[in-house]
Structures are given as structure tokens and as C-alpha cells.
Design a protein around this ligand. Structure first.
Ligand SMILES: [Fe+2]
Length: 477
């Protein structure tokens, strides 16, 4: 357990709703927040943290005293059922200036957001066994915040039934102002591809850059600031499960993502009046809004193991083949949201980071395969090792259950031409990732009809020619 002090700039400093990108350049959004250069975080994954923005704000010896220190309200946020076994139970206690319940009734948001789904069926989506690929989405031209810039690509199951997933993307250019988002449907795993995200949560603030990820668990209120303006990225959402670190099996007790590299925020609060502050709640895939006259970021202290957290993907410790053949991509799993079946994921988050490739007499790019799992891939930067061209940073692919895929023709020929001569080589400056699910995704109509979709994706494999010759053994002709 650790107790963090307040941030270096303190809380509630009345910054008139402006913060700085570079000297002389002001960015609006996230009213009354001035972001320090370096934000303090708590280290660990799944830990029971404690944090106070004012020393002494956490009650001692109990969670819900008759009167909390400094007159705060105690409020529990439950991320699992009360009776979930202790090893899986997640909850936090928040000590806040006014409780979350103090708001006007929720109303359906107008206009309705037309491009977010949390229940996938034949009436609202299509299924296809074809390989799908999209070019990077354009940045919006009109003011668009994180909520308006969010659109669902595909998914399966239902948030109502607490089983399933959704994969979204976002393209935004404006910070959320006087407004917080709350996802009642599931956990968000956000992968920024372009532009930093300054995210304020009820547990504190996090700065997330491309190359990092953030997980905002179900139910947390959060606001997204865009200090770099136009921003773009990917979001995986899981219903009825939470992300956890994968088991390491025979790897042992070290390797892949280390628990100490996960960063939880420290308590930070604002105490100003915010007339007409809007809570936007995603509930069953629809958005609802409620007004209140204060910021939801009024938690002076908190403790618990249900928290938002971020992770720097460059800290991932990859394992790989050191003699011959090719490991399965599961060896690069950062986080997994499990199902009730052992070893079968509702959704895995897998990365393909810079690393040495050292196998001998082996076809080193990803092998050709068909998978009972379904794969959504994105590219944060660089060139993905299985695609010589056509898959760009900010783009996406979907290879659903049993849909064949693998290296394109140019990548295959290049790997064969390289032969045994080049020795070990390093994949540099590339960072791709995969959301992999055991559920079969349905594709949203706006994704299938998008002008960003590449209708000629299949062509990248059409050029794969036969090298077969019964007269030759082990040599290409
Ligand atoms: Fe694959």
C-alpha cells in the first residue's frame, strides 16, 4: 500500500480553463486544469492503492464513518459483484466533496450518437468472411471531441447480457469542455495513435502519449483533453470482464508486461462551481446526459483496487524464438480479458514491438494461418512486418474467424530472397497491435461503407505464385 502526496501544482487552482501546449500557445478545454510537466503516478497492477490530495482525507480504520474527514462524502464504486471471490473482487472507495448522485435526471442525448453500438445483431450489423482493411481515418474538420469522434467498427455480444466486446476508433480535434464521459457498458482500453490524451478521472489525472495505452474501467467518469489538437486512435471495450495480466506459464515469474510498469493516478480534485456541467453516460450503447453544477472530479482521497491505469508499451519485455520456427503471437500478450473458459480470451491485447528476430532457416514473418479466434489489427507507427505496403499507421484490418491471412506477396518474396545470409535482424521503429477475441465479430455498416475501406485488400495475396516442383527439394524455383 502506498499513499501519494498531492501533485506538484496542487488542485483547484482556478486556471481559467486554459492550458499551455507551447510557449504562447493556449489550448482550451478541461476548464480550470493546468497540467504539470510531470504527473505523479502510483506503480503496480491490481494493487490496493491509497491516495490523498490532502493529507488526512482518508478515514482511518473504516470506510464509511459517520462524518468523513473534512466533511467529505464516502462513495463506493464496485467493478465486480459484491460476492465475487476475493482474488477477483474490484472496488474503490472515493471521498468526494459532493456525491455522484447529485444531478438532474438523465435524458437521451440530442442529437443521438448514431455510430456507437454495444449490442450486435443481424439488424444493425453484417458479418463477412472476407479480409477487411481500412486506410487511416481523416481528422474531422468541424469541432469534434472524444465522444463525438468515437465510432464503433465491430463487435459481438451485448452489454445488456454482460458478455461481448466492441472495437471503436476515434478521430477528434477538440477537448471535452465542462463535460465528463461515463461508460456503464464496459471497460475501455484506449490506444492513441496520433496526439496525446490528457485524461482526467475521478482518481486523478493521466497523460497518455502514442506508444502508451490507458484502461478506464466501467463506470469511471473521465474527460479527455487534446493538447495536440487533431488526435486519432483505437478503443477496445469489454463487457462483463476486466483486463488482467496473462499467466506466464513456463516463462516463469518475469517477462512481458511487468506489474510495476503500470501507472495509476494520484488523487486530484477541483472545488470550483461548474454551472451546467454535463455527465454523458453510455448505457446500453445509447448516450444519456445529466446536468449538475459541479465537477465530478471532486475526489479528494480514494483507496481501492478498481482504478484507471496506463502503460508504456516500450517497457514490454518480448520473448521470441532463438533457434528455429515461429512462436504464436500470444507470446506478445500485454493484457487479457478472460472468459469463463481457461485460456480462452474475450479479448486479448497483443503487440508486435521492436525486437530481434534470430531464428535460423525459418520463415520469420508471421506465418499464414486461419484462426478460430478473430483478429482486429492496428498500427501505431512504422511498417508492420507482414505487410510491405497498404497498412498505414492509423489504419486497421479485420481477419475474422477462419478467414485466411498472412504476409502479402512482396513480404513473402523478400523473406525468401533474404535467405540465410542476413543473420539476426532487428525490427526497428514499428509498433503494431492486435485485439483478438474468441467471439465472432459483426461489422458496423458505416465501417463497411466507409470511403477509407480498401476494396482491393485481397489483391495483396493474389500475386503469391506457386513455387512447387516435385523435382526439387527444399529449394524455390
Ligand atoms: Fe493472424
Amino acid at each position: 500500500m502506498s499513499i501519494a502526496g498531492r501533485d506538484s501544482d496542487g488542485g483547484g487552482d482556478g486556471n481559467n480553463g486554459l492550458y499551455f501546449r507551447e510557449a504562447g500557445e493556449l489550448i482550451t478545454g478541461n476548464p480550470s486544469q493546468k497540467w504539470p510537466q510531470n504527473i505523479e503516478y502510483l506503480s503496480g497492477f491490481g494493487s490496493h492503492f491509497s491516495s490523498e490530495a490532502i493529507p488526512g482525507a482518508l478515514p482511518e480504520g473504516q470506510n464509511s464513518p459517520l462524518v468523513c474527514p473534512f466533511g467529505l462524502y464516502a462513495e463506493q464504486l464496485s467493478g465486480t459483484a459484491f460476492t465475487t471471490p476475493r482474488s477477483l473482487n474490484k472496488r474503490s472507495w472515493l471521498y468526494r466533496i459532493r456525491p455522484s448522485v447529485t444531478h438532474e435526471p438523465f435524458q437521451p442525448r440530442k442529437p443521438r450518437h448514431e455510430s456507437i453500438l454495444s449490442e450486435f445483431n443481424p439488424e444493425n450489423c453484417s458479418s463477412t468472411p472476407n479480409q477487411l482493411r481500412w486506410k487511416p481515418a481523416d481528422f474531422p474538420e468541424s469541432p469534434t471531441d472524444f465522444i463525438d469522434g468515437l465510432y464503433t467498427m465491430c463487435g459481438a455480444g451485448s452489454s445488456f447480457l454482460r458478455h461481448g466486446f466492441a472495437i471503436h476508433m476515434y478521430a477528434s480535434n477538440k477537448s471535452m469542455e465542462n463535460c465528463a464521459f461515463c461508460n456503464a457498458d464496459g471497460d475501455f482500453l484506449i490506444v492513441p495513435q496520433s496526439g496525446r490524451l490528457f485524461i482526467t478521472t475521478e482518481c486523478g489525472r493521466l497523460q497518455v502519449s502514442p506508444g502508451e495505452i490507458i484502461v478506464v474501467p466501467q463506470g469511471f467518469r473521465f474527460s479527455v483533453g487534446l493538447p495536440d489538437g487533431p488526435s486519432r486512435g483505437y478503443v477496445a471495450e469489454v463487457f462483463g470482464s476486466h483486463f488482467e495480466l496473462p499467466n506466464l506459464g513456463l516463462i516463469g515469474s518475469n517477462g512481458l508486461a511487468s506489474p510495476r510498469d503500470f501507472c495509476a493516478p494520484t488523487a486530484w480534485y477541483e472545488n470550483d462551481d461548474h454551472l451546467g456541467y454535463t455527465i454523458v453516460q453510455k448505457f446500453g450503447g445509447d448516450l444519456f446526459t445529466a446536468k449538475q453544477n459541479f465537477s465530478p472530479f471532486n475526489v479528494v482521497a480514494w483507496h481501492g483496487n478498481y482504478v484507471p491505469y496506463k502503460y508504456d508499451l516500450s517497457k514490454f519485455c518480448p520473448f521470441n524464438t532463438v533457434l528455429f520456427d515461429h512462436g504464436d503471437p500470444s507470446i506478445n500478450t500485454v493484457l487479457t480479458a478472460p472468459t469463463d473458459k481457461p485460456g480462452v480470451a474475450l479479448l486479448d491485447f497483443v503487440i508486435f514491438p521492436p525486437r530481434w528476430v534470430a531464428a535460423e532457416h525459418t520463415f520469420c514473418p508471421p506465418y499464414y494461418h486461419r484462426n478460430c479466434m478473430s483478429e482486429f489489427m492496428g498500427l501505431i507507427h512504422g511498417v508492420y512486418e507482414a505487410k510491405a505496403e497498404g497498412f498505414f499507421p492509423g489504419g486497421a484490418t479485420i481477419h475474422a474467424c477462419m478467414t485466411p491471412h498472412g504476409p502479402d506477396s512482396k513480404t513473402y518474396e523478400k523473406a525468401i530472397d533474404r535467405g540465410e545470409k542476413s543473420g539476426p535482424y532487428r525490427i526497428k521503429e514499428a509498433l503494431a497491435f492486435m485485439f483478438e477475441s474468441s467471439l465472432l465479430p459483426r461489422i458496423c455498416p458505416w465501417a463497411l461503407e466507409s470511403p477509407s475501406r480498401d476494396p482491393d485488400y485481397y489483391q495483396c495475396w493474389i500475386g503469391l505464385k506457386s513455387h512447387f516442383s516435385p523435382e526439387r527439394c527444399g529449394k524455390l524455383v
